[in-house]
Design a protein around this ligand. Structure first.
Ligand code: SF4
Length: 411
């Protein structure tokens, strides 16, 4: 569920193996089932949930054969989608069993499952607790029923509130909710109410995304047909500014452009992506990043299941079942710029020089100079790091897309 006003190129999540970062890794499992399609979503998912058992078998096959590709200790497990809360708990148990069988799992890993508020029941929560899930990420998106209906979400605002409270009642102490702003017809006041309600729910983490009109989605068609209109930039910025101010005042750390967490509750799994830690993605349409190699699984349920079946029988080899690409030096430099500048931790210039050489570090600083003058970028932490850390300023966060693209290497 990634909707972001700050577009990340698909090649933005790369691993840089500096010495202190090579021993942790994460596993992502993609569950491509949804009960209905939301109008804005261009993620791969299907409503054919009757294929659940065959699909879980296929993912377990993939987990088994890919164990050689990732030997680092697993610190985070993330079951995302799609809508993983549609799965029967036995399926999640089966996935967990296979993950623990084939991979070295760190003590107390962060174990997240994405859930739709409508699927959350006392029985489901108890089952998740038994499996060892310790973090629930809920796709709330809005508390306004007219908005939810418009974008074809199946839950109501009341149900979302009830679901969060139920998670808390059942002892879940690490809950994240997703919210979207810039929805058609959404006013600043609507958004302020959403933010206030989210804060009042006392969750540990909030991810927020500006609505994107992805080509090919129903929402995109509606805009083309002038049935809906995009929120203007001024309104989107006012919404984002309100969000940042309110969440900071209420104890959240703005640790990544779209993510806010209470101290100690940053998403460890997503932080791995931004900190260049390797991750293995299993399932249809899942991506992996191991070393300097990026791998993509086919975004088609039947094809994915057939691939795994044929692989298991020895009829296909590794390169036939997932698309692999070696990232070039400059692609890795560009990824470093984007991933690091998105985070509050920023871009360590000494590390940039060590990994990419003085030439590219100087190029980065040359391209950053106008933004440093305009105070949308700053160099901080010079007492701790010899060359300092390049970061977006508060003002720069609102212009981050343009700033980051200025710093990229263009062939
Ligand atoms: S539930 Fe999530 S993955 Fe499924 S269609 Fe809606 S936004 Fe997309």
């Amino acid at each position: 569920m990634l909707f972001n006003m700050f577009h990340i190129p698909t090649k933005s999540l790369t691993l840089y193996q500096t010495d202190n970062r090579t021993f942790m890794a994460g596993i992502y499992i993609h569950i491509p089932f949804c009960k209905q399609r939301c109008v804005y979503c261009d993620f791969y998912s299907t409503t054919h949930q009757e294929k659940e058992d065959r699909y879980i078998e296929a993912v377990c096959t993939e987990l088994k054969w890919r164990r050689q590709t990732l030997s680092d200790q697993i610190h985070t497990i993330y079951i995302g989608g799609g809508t993983p809360s549609l799965l029967r708990p036995q399926s999640i148990e089966q996935l967990k069993k296979n993950i623990y069988q084939y991979y070295p799992i760190a003590p107390e890993p962060e174990f997240t499952i994405e859930a739709n508020p409508d699927d959350i029941t006392p029985e489901w929560l108890e089952a998740m607790k038994c499996i060892g899930i310790n973090r629930i990420s809920m796709g709330v998106q809005s508390f306004h029923n007219d908005m939810l209906k418009l974008i074809h979400r199946r839950h109501s605002g009341e149900k979302a509130i009830e679901a969060v409270k139920l998670c808390q009642k059942h002892g879940f102490k690490n809950i994240s909710i997703d919210l979207i702003y810039g929805l058609p017809g959404q006013t600043l006041q609507d958004w302020q109410e959403d933010v206030r309600l989210a804060i009042a729910l006392n969750v540990q983490h909030i991810s927020t995304y500006a609505l994107i009109y992805e080509e090919g989605t129903l929402l995109w068609q509606w805009r083309e047909q002038k049935k809906v209109y995009e929120a203007d930039e001024e309104l989107s910025l006012a919404m984002f500014e309100y969000l940042i101010t309110q969440l900071k005042e209420n104890g959240f750390e703005h640790y990544e452009i779209s993510n806010f967490g209470k101290p100690g509750f940053h998403s460890r799994h997503n932080s791995s992506y931004w900190n260049n830690i390797p991750y293995l993605g299993c399932g249809a349409a899942a991506h992996s990043l191991i070393g300097t190699e990026r791998m993509y699984n086919v975004a088609n349920l039947n094809q994915y299941m057939d691939n795994m079946n044929q692989y298991d029988k020895g009829n296909l080899n590794y390169k036939d079942v997932c698309h692999c690409e070696e990232l070039s030096f400059h692609e890795r430099y560009n990824d470093r710029i984007i991933t690091c500048l998105r985070t509050a931790a920023g871009l360590n210039l000494k590390e940039l020089e060590t990994d990419f050489g003085t030439g590219l570090k100087d190029y980065c600083l040359k391209m950053a100079a106008p933004h440093l003058n305009e105070k949308t970028l700053q160099i901080t932490d010079t007492d701790r790091y010899p060359q300092g850390v390049l970061k977006l300023t508060h003002q720069g966060i609102f212009l981050s897309d343009g700033i980051m693209s200025d710093l990229l290497w263009v062939e």
